[in-house]
Ligand binder design. Structure first.
Ligand SMILES: *Cc1c(COP(=O)(O)O)cnc(C)c1O
Length: 389
């Protein structure tokens, strides 16, 4: 399968058929698996045999989902989690020791930020942050105890772009593990491993499911690192459910066509909003006005489905705009078939102080739009009427 193209890998990677010769992979809703005899049981537990034992360790449906993501990202191995946050937490927890240090981009997903600031310090793991507009400061932040260089690109919610090639070079030079949250881009748009990432994390809840149904997470990358993450997870229990894995594996079969349309719609909406008199700033990676447009063009196949705008009149105007929305959803999710509008300062990033929000590029009037798969003219009309109201 490694000789096949992206879409084919997403569709044609499948676990062995059962005796019924089904075409579509069935759902293996079972918590455990049976052994032939005592010797089979012993060999399975000692890992002399690779086979399913218990669905907290592995399950045919989770294996199929993971194998697809491994191939789509160009990774060696992977493990699937109940949520994106379980994947992020387990990765750090499995690989870091007390006294280790993380260097991360400042603008990370809200709950990841909470891990860094509230929980990891309890275990003596500290994080230093670099500014998206100043990647030259990264090297100055690196200490002898630094283990992981961490970033998201595009960032949430500011849609800033970080140069993955540069991060790969810095990680290599300083012998750091480069870990990238590739949730906003998906492996269809960008493959961080080709720039030297050791691990790539996804919240599968977003574009991978793409239909707002299930939660899930996945980590893929180097086999020795995944082994550590697997052992940690097998013992601590953040595993993805077989049902959600089955849904997600099916969803990946349509990822490429969905993301193509998501991005086409997003670019059309971004071009419309760029000239709108009620919009003071707009950020979309594939608009030439984006501050990191050149880097986006270098490392991304398409611009993604997230647009960040600043409504003229800041907080009050932002609230008024949201209240005037008629069709689009006000929801905390993203990467759904339905266009979603959110106000990060009062929702996803409300746990940050005002200073932390501003440092992460979250201004009071910032509105994040996750462009869906409706006819884009209907999306444009709804957002336009809300802006003009
Ligand atoms: C949603 C999201 C997460 C967390 O994923 P969950 O599945 O909600 O736990 C992590 N990173 C990014 C960039 C996200 O958008």
């Amino acid at each position: 399968m490694s000789d096949k193209n992206f879409e084919t890998k997403a569709i044609r990677t499948q676990i062995e058929r059962s005796q019924f010769q089904e075409h579509s992979t069935p759902l293996y809703l079972t918590s455990s698996f049976v052994f032939e005899d005592a010797e089979d049981m012993r060999a399975s537990f000692s890992e002399e045999k690779e086979r399913n034992i218990y669905s907290r360790f592995s399950n045919p449906n989770t294996s199929e989902f993971v194998e697809k993501v491994v191939k789509m990202e160009g990774a060696e191995e992977g493990y699937a989690f109940a949520t994106g946050m379980a994947a992020i937490f387990s990765t750090f927890a499995a690989l870091l020791n007390s006294g280790d240090h993380i260097v991360s981009v400042r603008a990370v997903f809200g709950s990841t930020h909470t891990l860094f600031t509230k929980y990891f310090p309890k275990w003596n793991i500290e994080t230093s942050y670099f500014d998206i507009n100043n990647p030259s400061e990264i090297e100055a932040l690196i200490k002898p105890s630094t283990k992981i260089l961490y970033a998201e690109s595009p960032t949430n919610p500011g849609v800033d772009i970080i140069d993955l090639e540069l991060l790969g070079e810095i990680a290599k030079k300083h012998h750091l593990l480069l870990v990238i949250d590739n949730c906003f881009a998906t492996p269809y748009i960008q493959q961080p491993i080709s720039y030297g990432a050791d691990l790539v994390i996804h919240s599968a809840t977003k574009l991978m499911d793409g239909q707002g149904r299930v939660l899930g997470g996945v980590v893929v990358g180097k086999a020795d690192l995944i082994r550590e993450i697997y052992l940690f997870s097998r013992n601590t229990g953040p595993a993805l459910s077989p049902f959600n894995a089955w849904v997600l594996s099916k969803s990946l079969e349509t990822l490429a066509v969905r993301v193509d349309r998501h991005c086409e719609n997003a670019l059309k909406l971004a071009e419309f909003l760029e000239n709108h008199k009620q919009v003071s700033t707009i950020k979309y990676p594939f608009l030439p006005s984006h501050p990191q447009y050149k880097i986006a063009k270098k490392q991304m196949k398409l611009g993604g489905n997230i647009i960040a705008i600043e409504v003229k009149g800041a907080l009050e105007a932002g609230k008024k705009f949201l209240n005037a929305i008629k069709m689009c959803s006000l929801s905390a999710n993203l990467g759904d078939t339905r266009t979603i509008v959110t106000h990060p300062a009062s929702t996803t990033h409300s746990k940050l102080t005002t200073d932390e929000q501003l440092a992460a590029g979250i201004t009071p009037g910032l509105v994040r739009i996750s462009v869906g798969l409706e006819n884009v003219n209907d999306v444009i009309n709804d957002i336009n009427q809300a802006l003009n109201s």
